[in-house]
Design a protein around this ligand. Structure first.
Ligand SMILES: [Zn+2]
Ligand SMILES: [Zn+2]
Ligand SMILES: [Zn+2]
Ligand SMILES: [Zn+2]
Ligand SMILES: [Zn+2]
Ligand SMILES: [Zn+2]
Ligand SMILES: [Zn+2]
Length: 272
């Protein structure tokens, strides 16, 4: 019940208390939760409550409710915990990792694994850590690592290729060097900057050049180790992402996370 601070009336709905206060000039309790009807003697107590109950709601629709919405269906829940329980039980979904699982058993294993409990994938060269092997691989492949600045898509390919002579994940490349394309203002077609290869339009010349220097129009260098899958990739981070997604079942997410160090920097031959 929402109470009025100046008289003894209480109201079942936030908006009727609001009407009452507007009509009478009365005030609501000074330290009331922004989300529910609880009120307190001090700002500190109010803040503690809102913190403990996750009542700092970003979606404020008049302060009347803070429904937690399921990310996968339209169900709404009063508490964050109920909402999370629903996503786990009904959708086999791990919110922290943004991943869906095949069955309850897989999800339970995942929730108990070190992966889920915030284990991180370290860059083998610098102090950076990533929650996915894909993130770490992209860090190296894009030349972003301060301790291995010479590493890029080509160098990483050479490294992987040297340890993957049978071509489990890499393809023999005729011309492994990354070709650099640079677009000029001439790419403007009256509406946007158009890619010469795929006719995609970009709002800025910078955007088009970023696209041209992404692996989008480069040679296919990798493929999924699952021969029945046949997916091909232009960047190592893309294969790793495919494997981490477990979309074709070639490898378990946890296995990718365990092996990624060997894949990008080990000296053993690759085997899966
Ligand atoms: Zn009143
Ligand atoms: Zn509250
Ligand atoms: Zn749902
Ligand atoms: Zn998780
Ligand atoms: Zn690094
Ligand atoms: Zn393009
Ligand atoms: Zn695959």
């Amino acid at each position: 019940m929402y109470v009025c601070d100046d008289c003894i009336k209480s109201f079942s709905a936030w908006w009727s208390r609001e009407q009452h206060c507007t009509a009478t000039g009365h005030r609501p309790p000074k330290y009331e939760c922004d989300t529910c009807d609880a009120y307190f003697g001090s700002e500190q107590a109010r803040w503690q409550h809102m913190n403990a109950k996750c009542h700092f709601s970003s979606s404020s629709d008049g302060g009347s409710s803070s429904w937690e919405k399921c990310r996968l269906c339209n169900d709404a829940f009063y508490t964050d915990k109920e909402c999370n329980d629903h996503m786990v039980n009904e959708h086999l979904y791990c919110r922290d990792c943004d991943r869906t699982f095949m069955n309850h058993n897989n999800l339970r294993q995942h929730l108990n694994s070190s992966t889920h409990r915030g284990s991180t994938i370290p860059c083998p060269f610098c102090a950076a850590t990533y929650t996915t092997a894909t993130g770490m691989t992209h860090h190296l492949e894009s030349g972003a690592c301060p301790r291995a600045p010479s590493l890029n898509r080509n160098e990483l390919y050479e490294l992987v290729r040297a340890r993957d002579p049978r071509g489990i994940i890499s393809r023999h490349s005729v011309h492994p060097e990354t070709v650099t394309y640079t677009a000029t203002a001439a790419a403007y077609n009256g509406y946007g900057y158009e890619c010469f290869f795929c006719q995609r339009e970009f709002g800025t010349l910078h955007g088009l050049n970023q696209h041209l220097n992404s692996p989008a129009h480069q040679e296919v260098l990798y493929h999924c180790p699952n021969t029945r899958c046949g997916s091909e990739f232009k960047a190592l981070a893309a294969v790793i992402n495919h494997l981490e997604s477990e979309s074709c079942g070639a490898m378990r997410f946890e296995t990718v996370q365990r092996q990624i160090g060997d894949i990008v920097s080990g000296n053993r031959l690759l085997q899966f």
